[in-house]
Design a protein around this ligand. Structure first.
Ligand code: ZN
Length: 264
């Protein structure tokens, strides 16, 4: 099975779906990573590990490291430039024509003959405009493809009762698959360790804890989830090539019994 993952910034793959992607690689899936930007506008680290001019190059290296840790098959950069975060922490999408962006995504899906595409959710997780732009780009790419060539489309951080970190949950995307990532905690931790420029940022969103345990606690966000966008889910449990791969695997819930929040 060939899975393509499209995301806005280095670290999204790890923080939003690292356990899931490591899990799928362990089951034998090829996982190919596509980052829209090099995170040029993001944190430099505390203390700074580089200059603003160098951060894209450094975050590229960090993502190479993380993809390796997650057992990924390849990594590609789409060469968009991530704008700097605003003075009041305003977040921006990268610039670039939406039609061209969707075409680029479609070309990659076709060239790789993807079985499954995984990307950001329809709320951009916590509303990040760049995450939303990638979500919409993937959606448009798939709408442009002939149905016979259309891979399954799943998104990160689907909503379910008991989600371990509601800040990053896409409230309008009900989860269809929930993964207990305990068996791949080491891989996810290794990937988090790679993203050194972002460690201070990650810790800003973690409850105060004993210093040494903070990163671990964050990583072990013990459950991750996926929402299926295409084809639209009509009944539970969901059945397709991806859920067939996951069926019967320890730690996987193919949603049937858990409550799903109402779609707004
Ligand atoms: Zn991001």
């Amino acid at each position: 099975m060939r899975i393509l993952v499209f995301f806005a910034h280095p670290d999204d793959e790890t923080m939003l779906a690292g356990g899931t992607l490591a899990f799928l690689a362990k089951l034998g899936a090829e996982v190919h990573y596509f980052s829209a930007t090099r995170g040029e506008g993001g944190d430099l680290g505390e203390p700074a590990l580089c200059t603003r001019a160098q951060v894209g190059e450094l975050r590229e290296e960090e993502l190479v490291c993380a993809v390796r840790a997650l057992g990924g098959s390849s990594l590609h950069f789409m060469d968009y430039i991530d704008p700097t975060v605003g003075a009041e922490n305003e977040l921006y999408a990268f610039e670039g024509d939406d039609v061209v962006f969707a075409e680029k995504i479609m070309d990659e899906i076709r060239a790789m003959q993807a079985d499954v595409v995984i990307s950001h959710g329809s709320d951009g997780e916590y509303g990040h405009p760049a995450h939303l732009k990638v979500h919409l780009g993937v959606k448009q790419a798939l709408l442009n493809l002939p149905e016979a060539e259309c891979p399954l489309f799943y998104t990160f951080q689907g909503a379910f009762s008991g989600h371990p970190k509601e800040r990053v949950m896409n409230v309008t995307d009900p989860a269809h698959v929930i993964l207990d990532i305990a068996s791949v905690t080491a891989e996810k931790l290794a990937a988090i360790a790679c993203h050194k420029t972002q460690h201070a940022l990650f810790l800003r969103h973690v409850e105060p804890d004993e210093q040494g345990q903070r990163l671990l606690k964050l990583a072990v966000m013990p459950l991750e989830s996926l929402h299926r966008v295409f084809p639209a889910v009509e009944s539970l449990p969901v059945q397709d090539a991806l859920t067939d791969l996951l069926a019967g695997v320890e730690g996987v819930t193919l949603l049937a019994e858990l409550s799903i929040p109402a779609k707004s």
